[in-house]
Write a protein of this length. Structure first.
Lengths: 1008, 216
């Protein structure tokens, strides 16, 4: 056999990074060494003295190991608590994020909350929880949280007690009351809490002159104003993506950044799964940066954000015809090439189409989109309206501007800031941090002593959402109740309790406040209250749907007068985006979130100035270059990340990093782009300039880590299929089994005797690549469930991240307009596992039920298994990563899973602790395990239910049916590993005949 | 061809080789003896408890069922240590002033639990489940010995992995009808071998020897 030249003639069809596409030496090294960098080089040189030291220590340890382990105490509850020790319970609660309620079920183990899941009865979560929701467990136990009230006077910081604060504030309030509240101001973050609204009303009664401001840096206000233009009042649109055959997103990210991303994603996945019945929705995305929704698009067009209003006008001209002639100027001289096709599709799907505009787009675009949806007959089908809560509220931007003006004018004497972090995230031109010290008395309630706390005269520790009573409203208005899972660990109080101090003559506790708000405080209300707590939601409390009358003339007139975006049109465009991990920066001190790779860039522990390859070339920039961004007289230093598929001429800046007072985890991670963000342009602007300042930034980016060795695979004379398989709808209809036939597999002979799988359930998993949005909720679910350690930026740079489940993100096509493919990869539990055959100590062995088990206490850390694993899913504890886990964080660990020490290999086991728990219970009860009774953490939390787990020996189980599905294929099954996880190939639905810019799959079909 | 003659310097090696040949087996024997010795496996481990509670009196003479105190043994992995309330159910009336019960009364008034010392202490990487065993008909006595005769509880069995596997591989001699699991002095009225076989078939008992059964 002639030697195979491993150099591919053409770039691979699917590529992880520009380095792989260019087949750079660095990438080759990454693939070959698995753990790159100075692993051995960093060890100190071996010396005789060093050797003796190590050997002496081992001998001493060997001596200790002979002793009986320490005496252990075993204690009971001193009085019966009414539940069984060691049996986890689930409690329904809800938390608020940026003014939208999220329904959760929290698993509590002997009184300690250890895991967050979604509440199936809550319309905003439908049983799923996103990455941030789940990571809130770690925030709860964060040792950096503040522990007592702090007063600052003339530069001295003094620890105080709550009594001190109450004494102080009651005097202050008495003065304020005599002046009907004049000089008193409250600044809150956006909140949907009915209790806050109720307390606000009470405050307005007792202190009518007191002022109330609500500020949120990542605001949906443009949507509100847009609706006000269209309907005369701020209506909230509620989308039904399932009903839509054609979805057009104008800079919108309904599946990723949207507060309702979970229900949207669930709906969207339904509309995609119908591909199996021959029809599926088509998603057009027009955006500047790459969003999660953009990565799911059938047709994506990367253009500048500032050009999107023109595209909206062009679509309007196509749909409304002569009525929209006043938009001709806004639409520009020549419509974009893709607009005609979109218009045609929309017109062909009246009542079954949907146009969405992103929160960054100006209100006029939102208003026009309402008009278009109405003209297309979509109202009542794919979109409905409800009156937004608090319709009189000024926009967040106006609120913070008027507060700043009031402070500047000296009109504020006492400022109570409930949550939020305005000193960090208020528009840069206000210099809020400079204004705050002008307020004689400022009081800040927050989890951490953050940037704002350090400038106020009082800082109060806030109770975490899982520690406090409260209430929330979901996007659709459904009221969710929050109940504490644990007493406040650090003596914090909730915002409503602080408000009660201001409002009520005798301050109430959170429980009483919530019951008072909802009128559940009579003697006979206990049963009703308990039922609400049990469900977590109050049914029937959704906002009433109403179809407000539209004002088409107003919409068109306003749109026609829409001015150009802020800034000098000459320079680059800058676009501010929410970060998928730290949101607006408030979750920056969360190690799980910092370590979760960004869904698109795969960066951990950082943000970046994200730009297109062509823009980078024009500016003479390369990946990781340190640069200075200048815009409108403001400057920030950052580093460059080159993202294929990004719009040329635009720079995406994710907010929320560069914190200086976040805590030990969040400080100094990333760059603070709030310093570029002024009130003149909160979302995007022109006139950015970028200058190289020399040097490279060391990103901890996982996009090339744990690469399945495709170079070697190509070398094997194309005997192996693509790792990711997809087809367009037409091909799928013609060849339903395309995924299996992409490769001719002659079958392999089995050298080892096969395992006996005749007895008991046989576990298997199916992952539908057609539904997966790459959001990363499963990654955090796995971390929380399996006590996966946080390893830190430096270790990740060495390829040592510990995530058992990674989401491989591939590009397909050219670097300017690639498609993105997400593929979650965890251990596939090979029936013929290469890892098992090389373990010298039988630490990884097969079970009767087909699991590839890890006995951690047996592992001696040879890492042979990892070397031999073609999927690269094994993770090695290079250090005792849990050594620095704080005592509080230990409370949040799952006691059902061993904590692994140094020198131990670990990996996914399909959450075997959950399997065993259900097996024991079902056998105790003398029954079979029901299908769906066992759900691994990743499957449980998947917003699109892309992951299905079950028993393959039961032909009726969902997973059995999916394994028999036409689209099912096994990753690398051609090498005879017999994986128990099967993937369902992706189906895209591009416009037929429009000419896809993507080359056909690299592997031609050949039938044997 | 001349005969090979060991050089002179190798003479002392003979002693070393001899010592290794003699000492090697001795070392292995000692190692195994040490590893299986009762003190290593902690058989007979009998720590002093904070309250001089006698199982021999309560479970033996008075005949209180194990499950009166260890309530969760049939439903949970952990056989709960009773709350002080359980003690006080009787001891509010019976021997209410006994000096031996000072710690119990103290716990009851303060609400702080009694710090019992764990006797049967498995390593933290072992996930043993009581309910899985009790509901299959493994008697308490099989692992804990005749607790009804113990003045102070001590460890009766080695609780090593080999000992666990012995039963997981051949459970029949240890099976009994579920209604007798807590009966310490139960003995089968029929041929034990036949009974074990019958019970195993009836209840479809196939104990797993997969690692993940106990290690996760």
């Amino acid at each position: 056999m002639p030697p195979v030249d491993p150099t591919p003639a053409s770039p691979p069809t699917y590529w992880r990074s520009l380095e792989e596409r260019a087949d750079s030496p660095e990438f080759r090294e990454m693939v070959e060494r698995e753990f790159p960098g100075e692993v051995w080089e960093s060890l100190p040189p071996a010396t005789r003295r060093g050797f003796l030291k190590v050997m002496g220590a081992s001998l001493a340890l060997a001596g200790l190991a002979g002793c009986r382990w320490p005496k252990e105490e075993i204690v009971s509850f001193s009085r019966p608590a009414g539940y069984t020790p060691g049996v986890p319970l689930r409690y329904a609660t809800s938390i608020d994020r940026s003014g939208v309620g999220r329904g959760l079920l929290v698993v509590s183990y002997d009184g300690r909350p250890i895991k967050v899941e979604g509440n199936p009865k809550h319309p905003g979560s439908l049983g799923a929880a996103d990455a941030i929701d789940q990571a809130s467990i770690l925030d709860l136990y964060d040792p950096d949280r503040s522990r007592y009230p702090i007063s600052r006077e003339a530069g001295t910081r003094r620890a105080q007690s709550w009594e001190d604060f109450e004494r102080f504030v009651s005097g202050r309030l008495a003065t304020a009351r005599t002046r009907r509240g004049a000089g008193l101001a409250i600044l809150t973050e956006a909140t949907s809490s009915p209790s806050v609204a109720d307390l606000r009303r009470r405050l307005a009664e007792s202190a009518p002159e007191a002022r109330w401001f609500e500020y949120e840096p990542l605001t949906q206000d443009n949507e509100r104003i847009g609706a006000s233009i269209a309907f005369g009042k701020p209506m909230r649109p509620l989308y039904h993506l399932k009903e839509a055959a054609i979805i057009v997103c104008l800079d919108a990210d309904p599946l990723g950044a949207d507060p309702s991303a979970i229900p949207h994603a669930r709906d969207f996945a339904e509309g995609r799964r119908s591909a199996d019945q021959g029809s599926m929705s088509r998603l057009h995305v027009i955006e500047s940066g790459f969003s999660i929704t953009g990565s799911m698009a059938d047709n994506r067009h990367a253009i500048l954000s500032r050009e999107i209003p023109a595209v909206a006008a062009q679509i309007a001209l196509g749909i409304l015809g002569a009525e929209a002639s006043s938009l001709a100027l806004a639409a520009g001289p020549e419509p974009r090439r893709f607009v005609a096709a979109i218009v045609e599709e929309l017109l062909a799907h009246r009542g079954r189409s949907l146009i969405l505009a992103g929160p960054g787009q100006p209100p006029e675009v939102h208003a026009l989109v309402h008009r278009l949806n109405e003209a297309l007959g979509n109202f009542g089908h794919t979109v409905e309206l409800a009156l937004a809560p608090d319709p009189e509220r000024p926009t967040h931007r106006d609120a913070i501007l008027s507060l700043a003006a009031a402070i500047d004018a000296g009109a504020i004497e006492t400022l109570v800031i409930l949550g939020g972090n305005p000193a960090y995230d208020a528009p840069a031109d206000l210099d809020f941090a400079g204004l705050l010290p002008k307020v004689p008395v400022s009081i800040h309630l927050s989890l951490h002593e953050n940037e704002t706390s350090k400038l106020t005269t009082w800082h109060l520790p806030r109770a975490h959402d899982l520690e406090a009573w409260g209430d929330t409203r979901a996007s659709d208005g459904t009221i969710g109740v929050a109940q504490p899972l644990i007493e406040p660990l650090y003596g914090g109080r909730s915002p409503i309790e602080i408000l009660s101090i201001l409002v009520d003559s005798r301050p109430l506790d959170g429980h009483a406040i919530v019951r008072r708000t909802h009128g559940i405080d009579g003697d006979d209300s206990e049963a009703a209250w308990r039922r609400i707590l049990h469900e977590g939601v109050m049914s029937g409390t959704a906002f009433p749907l109403e179809m407000a009358a539209m004002r088409p003339a107003e919409i068109l007139a306003r749109f026609a007068s829409l001015g150009p975006p802020a800034g000098d049109p000459g320079g680059l465009e800058l676009v501010f985006r929410r970060d998928a991990k730290v949101h607006d920066g408030r979750f920056a001190n969360n190690g799980w979130l910092q370590e979760m790779p960004d869904p698109l860039t795969k960066i951990t522990w950082d943000n970046a100035a994200i730009l297109a390859p062509s823009t980078a070339r024009e500016l003479g920039l390369q990946a990781d270059d340190r640069v200075r961004l200048s815009y409108n007289g403001r400057e920030v230093d950052a580093a460059v990340y080159v993202l294929p598929g990004h719009a040329a001429g635009s720079v995406t800046l994710n907010l929320g990093y560069g914190r200086t007072a976040a805590g030990r985890v969040g400080n100094d991670a990333g760059f603070d782009f709030y310093r570029l963000r002024g009130s003149e342009a909160l979302h995007f602007a022109s006139g950015l300039s970028i200058r190289k300042i020399g040097g490279k930034h060391a990103f901890a980016c996982t996009q090339n880590h744990h690469t399945i060795d495709a170079i070697g695979l190509r070398g094997m004379e194309r005997r192996l299929g693509e790792l990711f398989r997809e087809a367009d709808l037409a091909e799928y209809k013609a060849h339903p089994e395309f995924a299996k036939h992409r490769i001719h597999d002659p079958g392999s002979h089995q050298l080892y005797p096969p395992h006996d799988y005749s007895e008991g359930p046989q576990w298997g998993m199916a992952i539908d690549l057609n539904s997966c949005t790459g959001c990363g909720a499963c990654v955090v679910a796995c971390v929380a469930e399996n006590n996966v350690p946080v390893v830190g930026r430096d270790q990740i740079r060495r390829g040592r991240e510990m995530h058992w489940l990674r989401i491989d993100r591939y590009f397909r096509g050219g670097e300017e307009a690639p498609q993105i493919a997400h593929q979650p990869v965890a251990c596939v539990q090979c029936e013929n596992a290469p890892c098992e055959q090389v373990c010298p100590v039988s630490a990884t062995v097969h079970t009767r039920e087909g699991l590839n088990a890890m006995a951690y206490n047996r592992c001696v850390g040879t890492r042979y298994c990892s070397n031999n694993c073609p999927y690269k899913v094994r993770r090695f504890n290079w250090f005792n990563f849990h050594k620095e886990t704080s005592e509080t964080e230990k409370m949040g660990m799952n006691p059902e899973v061993t904590v692994r020490g140094r020198g131990v290999m670990e990996k996914c086991t399909y959450c075997v602790q959950r399997i065993e728990a259900v097996k024991i219970v079902s056998k105790n009860e003398g029954r079979r395990i029901r299908d769906g009774e066992i759900t691994p953490a990743c499957a449980q939390t998947c917003p699109t239910q892309a992951i299905v787990f079950g028993d393959l020996s039961d032909p009726e189980s969902r997973v059995s049916k999916l394994h028999g599905h036409a689209r099912a294929y096994g990753l690398l099954e051609e090498i005879n590993t017999r994986p128990r996880t099967q993937y369902l190939a992706k189906v895209r639905n591009p416009i037929p005949g429009a000419g896809s810019p993507i080359p056909a799959d690299g592997l031609e079909e050949h039938h044997g | 061809m001349s005969r090979f003659i060991f050089p002179k310097w190798s003479n002392p090696l003979r002693i070393a080789v001899g010592a290794a040949l003699l000492g090697g087996p001795l070392y292995v024997v000692l190692l195994i003896a040490y590893g299986t010795h009762a003190q290593t496996t902690a058989v007979g481990y009998m720590p002093r408890q904070p309250v001089p509670y006698s199982h021999a009196l309560h479970a033996g003479q008075l005949g209180i069922d194990c499950r009166y105190c260890h309530t969760t043994v049939e439903t949970a992995s952990f056989a709960a240590i009773p709350p002080t309330q359980t003690c006080m159910n009787c001891h509010q009336k019976v021997r209410a002033q006994s000096e031996k019960l000072i710690a119990v009364r103290e716990s009851f008034t303060t609400g702080l639990p009694i710090p019992w010392i764990r006797v049967h202490d498995l390593p933290d990487y072992v996930y043993f489940n009581h309910s899985a065993h009790v509901s299959r008909g493994i008697g308490c006595v099989s692992c804990h010995g005749r607790v009804d005769r113990m003045e102070e509880v001590q460890q009766d069995q080695p609780l090593t992995m080999g000992w666990c596997l012995g039963c997981h591989r051949n459970p029949e001699p240890h099976l009994r009808p579920v209604e007798f699991v807590t009966k310490m002095d139960w003995s089968p009225s029929e041929d034990p071998a036949l009974l074990g076989k019958r019970l195993r078939e009836e209840r479809n008992i196939n104990p797993s020897t997969d690692c993940v059964t106990c290690h996760r």
